[in-house]
Design a protein around this ligand. Structure first.
Ligand code: PRP
Length: 184
């Protein structure tokens, strides 16, 4: 059964099959890289990562826990200021754990940069990042991504966890919104 494309959508950029194939490939790589580890911890960044993390985790063949953080951008310019703070921490400490931070999208890079820096200070056994989508044109700070799904152009994308005003997160594909929707 295919999900109808909402009127606000301009174009589907990544269809369901393309996403699922790539998630499988990323999961295979993670499983291979951590095959000798007793356990890894996937830390999803709410809210956008919840669908990617769920699909990725279920395809892993290595033992894993899942945990979550939530972050918020603050300051007059919002995310553009680069000021990020943690508003919900992981349930369990990550010290001594093999941690992978899982993000739906990297835009300026400020969020992932902040998380990797603050997690490093907690002395995990290892720390890597896994990002489904990257918009290289928007980058303000260089952040190393260990596992990347796709690079995309600088357009507003929704679906597969990504939203516009909290809508469209559960679309099974990733689509560009019509500019008139977000430029209002
Ligand atoms: C998005 C995304 C990242 C962040 C990336 O979250 O999930 O956490 O922005 O942007 P950056 O690279 O410029 O820091 P958003 O603020 O849209 O919140 P959400 O995940 O709850 O939708």
């Amino acid at each position: 059964m295919s999900v109808p494309v909402p009127n606000s959508v301009e174009q589907v950029l990544l269809d369901e099959e393309t996403i699922q194939q790539r998630v499988q490939a990323v999961a295979d790589q993670v499983s291979a890289d951590y095959r000798d580890k007793e356990q890894i911890v996937l830390v999803g960044v709410l809210k956008g990562s919840f669908i990617f993390l769920a699909d990725l985790a279920r395809r892993l063949t290595v033992p894993h826990h899942v945990d979550f953080v939530a972050v918020s951008s603050y300051g007059a310019q919002g995310a553009a200021s680069g000021a990020v703070r943690l508003i919900m921490d992981t349930r369990a400490p990550i010290t001594g754990q093999h941690v992978i931070v899982v993000e739906d999208i990297m835009d300026t890079g400020y969020t992932l940069d902040y998380l990797l820096r603050s997690f490093t200070a907690r002395q995990p056994a290892s720390l890597k990042s896994c990002v489904l989508l990257s918009k290289p044109e928007r980058r303000q700070v260089e952040v190393e991504v260990d596992y990347l799904g796709f690079e995309i152009p600088n357009v507003w994308v929704v679906g597969y966890g990504l939203d516009f005003a909290d809508r469209f997160r559960t679309l099974p594909y990733i689509a560009a919104l019509k500019p008139e929707v977000y430029q209002k």
